[in-house]
Design a protein. Sequence first.
Length: 264
Amino acid sequence: MVKKTALAHKTQGYAATDLDRPAGERWVTMSNALTRAAHGLTLGEKRVIMAAVSKLDSRRPVPGQVPTTKITASEYAVLAQCGMNAAYEALQTAAANLYDRSITIYQPSYKRGGKQIGDKGTVTRMRWVGRATYHEKEGWVELAWWHEVVPHLMGLQQQFTSYQLQQANALRSIYSWRLLELLTRFKSSGVAEYSIEDFATSMEATDKQRADFAAIRRKIIEPAVKELTEKDGWLIDWQPVKAGRKVQAVRFNFRRDPQGRLDV
């Protein structure tokens, strides 16, 4: 199920000067296509990449040159709620691995007149960065974005998803973070529905999990819903959507807890 997200950029709550704010107070904005893609990142790498994304001005036209973004150990420590030694190690590890990390965008086969054309969709893979530099003594990593990912992060006028980076501060699961992004895409309606194929791709479920929805529920959905409820103040109800005995989709009804209770 595909819906449009065309929130006005002013709802992000930042101006150009806000890009210099502490990491947790900045906003992450990316195209819906990138939101629902498989990101191929560990939790530590996800923190580095999304902290870097939050430093880009999503409203600015795509520049002629590939932009670069620097993340310091102190910024990472705030986001991960960890000590400086752990932050240095995380940046060094990210710099070593990010060049080889791939985004996987899956597009299902087209339909015409309600009928599916062909039995297979298309799979596109691209890098997050073209270069990653780590300065050990000064404790920072600089990322040069891959040119094909830049249009998914800048020059966005519609079909994008935004959330405040601090929402992910307390999260300790990559599945929770990905679910946060998938739900935020439908923030205006409070209802998100994904085919089981799309959801499994976005969550990078294993082949074994894909073959057994009970494993997706137990290993991915339930822990992610629990963490978002306890640590980021969500109220989430979800249910599988079945055709006969087979699960075809998952539907989430969600909203922020008006009491604002967080158990961090």
